[in-house]
Design a protein around this ligand. Sequence first.
Ligand SMILES: [Ca+2]
Ligand SMILES: [Ca+2]
Ligand SMILES: [Ca+2]
Length: 101
Amino acid sequence: MFDTDNDGTFDLAEVKRAASALSARLDRDHDGTLDKRELAGRLSPKEFAAAGPDHNGTLTLDEYLAVVEQRFNAANPDKDGTLDAKELNTSAGRALLRLLR
Ligand SMILES: [Ca+2]
Ligand SMILES: [Ca+2]
Ligand SMILES: [Ca+2]
């Protein structure tokens, strides 16, 4: 679904593209940022607070993508630049997928 080059794995560019597309849909009030309500079920309040270094109650797309990148790296312990099906099936991989759909 996110594997746009059909090589059977997700790389960071594919994951970020999926996250960008999703964030546009999540931004229900179309103010260009994501607030806690818009991210409900994807980030816990604690994760949300850690993700917004300026603590203004919203995440910009860049701040959201930084969380996505952190989770990508957490899910990719072999640091080969891609996530395979096995890596996506770990708890870190599933935490990443929650941010993409
Ligand atoms: Ca791919
Ligand atoms: Ca918003
Ligand atoms: Ca990997």
